[in-house]
Design a protein around this ligand. Structure first.
Ligand code: AKB
Length: 317
């Protein structure tokens, strides 16, 4: 990995991943791809090249790949689960038509491709606890349908054309830099902002609803490590379960209260998000990622909470 295009560089993952890769390979071109209306600013804009890179515009993408001699594409363009339920056709267009554009360009230009999958690729018939790497994937959400199709198409391009596609199934991601938008797990980010600002948090997910979650530094490490992994050791490719912690809103509330006594939370359950959350695993088994490319998370709930609160205090107060 030397010349890298990050599509969706101003989003929740992209804004931090682009900077991490730029620090890792200062001699390379790490292009911050963006769409109109979400242009990079500040350090992201100033620390390297950027280019308009809409996944639905294959010709423009090809131009960027050729201009910067791109060898690796991080394809982070996606509508998250709750928004995708409102705009299912658009979600399919971005996540699948867009992916086809990228895979074709990768096939013709020898690029490796990372397109994340998610806990959303599972559904109500999937074993909920210690969800295996290879298991039933029959999601009921459009987001889930696009994630299963992403896994299949990415594997197809690997087996049929030898395109170096690799991926992980991200849990809900928690970060103090860029907010997510329109996901089912967003509550686990928003709750920290409310707690640090001294506000009551209105939780859209019901108590007792467990989901896998992960702190952003671990997610970024996974995204980089999987692309740097020794290919001869990879039995799987698209996509690996990765896990670090699982909790429900009550456990998270109690943990935050240890750091911010008096923190208040009440429930106003959002039926769309709740239905999606109930169809997702409680906790994935990530043994294959540990064995095939040495995946190890660094943060548990306590470590993440202490770091989130300290970072948000500096940012917000
Ligand atoms: C969402 O909630 O839609 C995402 C995800 C788990 O993929 N954060």
């Amino acid at each position: 990995m030397k010349n890298v295009l990050v599509i969706g560089s101003t989003g929740q993952i992209g804004s931090e991943l682009t900077m991490k890769i730029r620090r890792m390979i200062p001699e390379g071109n790490v292009v911050a791809g963006y769409i109109k209306g979400a242009e990079p600013k500040g350090e992201l804009l100033e620390s390297g090249p950027s280019a308009e890179a809409d996944v639905c515009d294959g010709e423009r993408l090809l131009g960027i790949v050729k201009k910067y001699k791109i060898d690796t594409i991080y394809n982070l363009a996606a509508l998250l689960s709750a928004v995708a339920e409102k705009r299912p056709q658009l979600a399919w267009h971005i996540q699948i038509d867009g992916l086809m554009n990228i895979l074709e360009i990768a096939r013709e230009n020898g690029c490796a491709v990372f397109t994340p999958s998610s806990i959303g690729s599972f559904g109500p018939e999937t074993p909920r606890v210690n969800t295996p790497q290879d298991t039933i994937q029959r999601p009921r959400s459009m987001y889930g349908c696009t994630k299963v199709a992403t896994e299949l198409l990415s594997d197809y391009y690997f087996h049929k054309y030898g395109v170096d596609t690799r991926s992980v199934r991200f849990p809900g991601l928690i970060s103090n830099v860029t907010l997510p938008g329109g996901g089912t797990t967003d509550y686990a980010v928003e709750i920290y902002y409310a707690a640090v600002k001294g506000e009551e948090f209105v939780c859209p997910i019901a108590p007792g609803t467990f989901m896998d979650m992960m702190y952003m530094p671990d997610a970024l490490k996974a995204a980089v490590d999987i692309m740097n992994a020794d290919p001869s050791k990879l039995v799987h490719r698209n996509s690996f379960n990765i896990a670090s912690m699982s909790f429900d809103p009550e456990i998270l509330r109690a943990k935050i209260s240890e750091h911010i006594p008096g923190f208040r939370m009440r429930y106003e359950v959002d039926p769309v998000r709740q239905a999606i959350a109930e169809s997702w695993p409680d906790k994935m088994d990530d043994t294959c990622a540990r064995e095939e490319w040495d995946w190890r998370p660094s943060y548990d709930l306590e470590g993440m909470t202490a770091d989130m609160i300290s970072a948000l205090r500096k940012k917000l107060l």
